[in-house]
Design a protein around this ligand. Structure first.
Ligand code: ADP
Length: 218
């Protein structure tokens, strides 16, 4: 059976999730208390409903309990986001993802039982910060509080050298897990592969090690 999703809050973040799920052919119930926002999603979501998500009766009537995954994308209204999450947890929704505005908000969401808490603005800020440190950093993804993955273009200091020449693991404590070249991806690079200017390295490691790698090699 196809998975069913609900997105509560159709601002920029919730709206973009809704659009992407629709593009991927998923069933989406879109909910917002603002009529104009709901109207914008009438043709994108499978169902678009005007409702206040802090109201338990309304959510029950919408059958939210049977939805596989609910995304709470309420922006600045932290109180509404928390109340909505409490109601969803109490109704026993299987998977609840909530957007957090700040660390305090995230802590509360975690405590009240949200299954996944996301920080899109913070994460995007970090990714952009890394990409502006150097033009060679293509992307950055946080794995945990202390570990990340970076995608870096092979810089001048790397071209014509192998992973073993650069001694990346010993010198920087990071591991090259894959090398991309256009649409081709080599997921088990050998230490002797010679890097070319078309290569993009996918490197995993502790943040402090990655920072050193970025400063010295990228
Ligand atoms: P973003 O930063 O992602 O653009 P916004 O704050 O603009 O977020 O949007 C959040 C959306 O959540 C708004 O469309 C707002 O109407 C909706 N919203 C806020 N509180 C509730 C609520 N209690 N029930 C339903 N929708 C809500």
């Amino acid at each position: 059976m196809r998975k069913e999703f609900a997105v509560i809050g159709l601002g920029r973040f919730g709206g973009s999730i809704c659009q992407e799920l629709h593009k991927e052919g998923m069933e989406v119930l879109a909910i917002d208390r603002d009529e104009d926002r709901v109207n914008q999603f009438k043709h994108i979501a499978s169902h678009a409903v005007i409702a206040d998500s802090t109201d338990e009766t309304t959510l029950k009537e919408l059958g939210i309990k049977n939805i596989d995954h609910v995304i709470v994308a309420i922006g600045d209204n932290i109180q509404a986001s928390i109340l909505t999450t409490v109601v969803l947890v109490e109704l026993g929704v299987k998977k609840i993802t909530v957007k957090a505005q700040n660390d305090y908000h995230a802590k509360i969401l975690d405590k009240i039982g949200a299954h996944q808490v996301v920080h899109p603005e913070r994460d995007m800020g970090r990714r952009i910060a890394h990409s502006i440190i150097s033009n060679n950093i293509v992307d950055y993804l946080e794995l945990s509080d202390e570990h990340s993955i970076v995608e870096v273009k092979a810089g001048k200091k790397m071209i014509g050298k192998s992973i073993i020449d650069l001694d990346i693991r010993a010198k920087y404590g990071c591991t090259v897990v894959a090398i991309k070249q256009g649409s081709h991806i080599n997921v088990s690079p050998t230490p002797n592969d010679i890097l070319t200017e078309r290569d993009i390295l996918i490197v995993v490691g502790a943040d402090k090690d990655i920072a050193r790698f970025e400063r010295q090699l990228v």
